[in-house]
Design a protein around this ligand. Structure first.
Ligand SMILES: NC(=O)c1ccc[n+]([C@@H]2O[C@H](COP(=O)([O-])OP(=O)(O)OC[C@H]3O[C@@H](n4cnc5c(N)ncnc54)[C@H](O)[C@@H]3O)[C@@H](O)[C@H]2O)c1
Length: 314
């Protein structure tokens, strides 16, 4: 069923949401408090859709774009909507203010979802009269090509809001994953930075270069993690499954866990200079936009491989 969506805040993340909902068949209204950001949104979405059409994972970009409407006021964007995706900047005061405004101005049945990436929802969704319809839906960059969405309930979010939000996200090709309890930084980024912290310590102590640490993830861990998670990896690493794996390798695993540096790496200026020197030699800063396009092409290839042939719903 086609929904009426408002994307509020259309920087990097809000634009990607617009593309996801519109390619999924929904009508999308865009609003940003900065007129230049609103103006820049449609060309950016169009480029993003064209790259996907070129790779044949969607078609008819004109029909998709025709479902997107620019609004120069918030009240216009909120007219008759069923669902609002908030993607304003990550600042507690700004999130609190926009949630108060959206809760007051949005139609009473509309769900209000936040793209917030680290702040716990209880810090900006508390004491709202419509707290039951507020929820976190945290995407990963670039959201139009990475389907997982971390869904976290706020202090008053209803099960009905969770169910409806999950159904909508699945309808537009996303993979919602519910986090059972509120936690700072959510799960994806905590997992990511646990690995990065150890990598920083290993580079700083001279065990491996930054470029080679990347190679180990790129040609090693990442090869498996592109299609299965770390626990499935464990389970398949012993013919008797995960119980046998943790039993058979108990000494090695215990030794490594005991030896890991758990304190946060201080990221000294020397270490940062070393990382930057290596990364900027491999990819000069001037080549980052081209390399981002290369990254998106690889993600499109993965989408073709794992998510089926098409990302659009017509
Ligand atoms: N960039 C990422 O990798 C990433 C990933 C996942 C989630 N997020 C989260 O998504 C949200 C947006 O991030 P982004 O990277 O798109 O930021 P961004 O700075 O690119 O865009 C934010 C947009 O919000 C607009 N804005 C600010 N206050 C507003 C208001 N009161 N009303 C309307 N528009 C307003 C700004 O003009 C800007 O265009 C943040 O909460 C961020 O943490 C970011």
């Amino acid at each position: 069923m086609s929904m009426k969506i408002a994307c509020v805040g259309v920087g990097n993340i809000g634009r990607a949401w617009a593309s996801i909902f519109a390619r999924g068949g929904d009508e999308v209204a865009l609003y940003d408090e900065v007129p230049e950001a609103l103006e820049a949104a449609l060309p950016a979405i169009s480029d993003n859709l064209s790259a996907m059409a070129e790779a044949e994972i969607l078609e008819n970009t004109d029909a998709i774009l025709s479902r997107i409407r620019l609004c120069d006021s918030l009240s216009d964007a909120l007219k008759g909507v069923n669902y609002i995706q908030e993607s304003v900047i990550e600042d507690l005061g700004v999130k609190r203010a926009i949630f108060r405004t959206l809760d007051t101005e949005a139609p009473s049945e509309a769900i209000i979802a936040s793209s917030v990436s680290s702040l716990p929802p209880s810090e900006f969704m508390a004491n709202l009269s419509g707290g039951a319809r507020c929820i976190v839906t945290h995407p990963t960059n670039p959201p139009s090509l990475i389907p997982v969405i971390e869904v976290m309930l706020g202090p008053a979010t209803s099960e009905e809001t969770f169910e409806k939000t999950s159904a909508l996200l699945e309808e537009v090709g996303q993979i919602p994953v519910r986090l059972n309890k509120e936690i700072f930084g959510y799960v994806l980024n905590r997992l990511q930075f646990a690995l990065i912290n150890e990598a920083l310590h290993l580079v700083e102590s001279g065990y491996v270069s930054a470029v080679d640490a990347d190679k180990i993830v790129k040609f090693g861990l990442g090869r498996r993690w592109a299609f299965m998670g770390p626990f499935e990896t464990n389970h398949l690493n012993a013919t008797g499954g995960i119980r046998e794996y943790y039993d058979k390798f108990a000494n090695a695993i215990g030794g490594i866990l005991g030896d890991l540096k758990t304190e946060p790496n201080a990221l000294s200026p020397e270490l940062l200079a070393q990382l930057a020197e290596q990364m900027e030699t491999t990819i000069p800063v001037s080549e980052i936009p081209a390399r981002q396009q290369w990254r998106d092409k690889q993600l499109i290839a993965l989408s073709r491989q794992f998510d089926g042939a098409r990302l659009d719903n017509g």
